[in-house]
Design a protein around this ligand. Structure first.
Ligand code: IPM
Ligand code: MN
Length: 353
């Protein structure tokens, strides 16, 4: 099979973790006789430095023409500490999501048997956790009207959702639930927010089309608490953009490291695969970042974008054996053991595929 993939390494540790994902993907392609064409493109702070905007038109054209996009990370501290900056790397990611119509962000949380004790949470609480967040990605407060009033003392961000936006996300949630344990949780703040009431009303009206799915409606604050207490009680969760952003960072604690969790963003045009972690600027260039979340995102890409399940399973299997054998970067290393470099982990995976 010919796989035409846009490669957006981005900022910080992005290029380092992407490099390892490319090595592993190329090894898979060789093993299973596929031909990958990687087309690199700029996004984030590096795009601002090069051409003045974080998501150049040329990058968008490359993404549109590709079968899938593999993405590293975005962000640079020089912008974080400058609230007056008018162009920011993160705008590139938001614009990319919007222009590619990537309205659903699929973020799984699972545990690795060999890493259970890496989580700060107790083994008996997290063992067997296997849940998926479907985060709405192109609406809500991220994209609503925002600004400052003339008095200079007042700022606002508005949260807006249409029924159609809720429906298309919820539809994916119901379908995903049907393919799993038929349990769906709608996370909202319907006791306070009007947009949440629209979410709840819309999802409730869809229940009749999926009679086998059991739907629960829970407030986001309660979910934040239950997620770390009883993660096993959840399976598929659907939620709006900001709640999903916050809860998925929280959920990553269950797996023991943010460096492990992959994600997919899907919708109208080319799907995008990326680790859920950020650009980890302090580690840039040190060859210490954990490449596994990006490598597991590549596995998601093989399976979901190309229907290559066996290839995806091969990646997951070799990642599992690396974890079992302690071939891990410093975020996962247990006391007294050696921490491997980013590139050494990639080399080991390639050698053991
Ligand atoms: C994420 C990130 C982004 C978000 C930032 C970088 C804009 O935190 O993908 O979760 O808030 O969506
Ligand atoms: Mn986030």
């Amino acid at each position: 099979m010919k796989l035409n993939i846009a490669l957006l390494a981005g900022d910080g540790i992005g290029p380092e973790v992407i490099n390892e994902a490319v090595k592993v993907s190329d090894a898979i392609a060789k093993k299973f006789k596929h031909e990958i064409t990687w087309t690199p493109a700029l996004t984030g702070a590096c795009a601002i430095d090069a051409v003045g905007v974080p998501y150049p038109d040329e990058t968008h054209e490359i993404c549109l023409a590709a079968d899938a996009v593999l993405f590293g990370a975005i962000g640079h501290p020089k912008y974080d500490n400058d609230p007056t900056a008018t162009v920011r790397p993160e705008q590139g990611l938001l614009l990319m999501r919007k222009k590619l119509g990537l309205f659903a962000n699929v973020r799984p949380t699972f545990t690795f048997p060999s890493l259970i004790d890496n989580s700060p949470l107790k083994r008996e609480r997290i063992e067997g956790t296997d849940l998926i967040f479907l985060r709405e990605l192109t609406g809500g407060i991220y994209f609503g009207e925002k600004g400052r009033l003339d008095d200079g003392e007042t700022a606002y961000d508005t949260c807006t959702y249409t029924r159609a936006e809720v429906k298309r996300l919820a539809k994916k949630g119901f379908e995903l639930a049907m393919s799993r344990s038929k349990k769906l949780c709608c996370v909202d703040k319907a006791n306070v927010m009007e947009t949440s009431r629209l979410w709840r009303e819309t999802v409730q009206a869809m229940e009749k089309d999926y009679p086998e799915v059991t739907v629960s409606y829970e407030f986001v604050d309660a979910v934040a608490m239950r997620l770390v207490q009883w993660p096993n009680s959840y399976d598929v969760l659907i939620t709006e953009n900001l709640f999903g952003d916050i809860l998925t960072d929280e959920a990553s604690v269950i797996s023991g490291s943010m460096g492990l969790m992959p994600s997919a963003s899907v919708g109208e045009h080319t799907s995008l695969y990326e680790p859920i972690h950020g650009s980890y600027p302090q580690a840039t260039g040190l060859n210490i970042a954990n490449p596994l979340a990006t490598i597991l995102s590549a596995a998601m890409m093989f399976e979901d974008a190309f229907g290559l399940k066996e290839e995806a399973e091969a990646i997951r299997a070799v990642v599992n054996s690396s974890l079992e054998q302690g071939i891990v970067t410093e975020d996962l290393v247990s006391k007294g053991n050696k921490a491997y470099k980013t590139s050494e982990v990639g080399d080991w995976l390639v050698a053991n595929l």
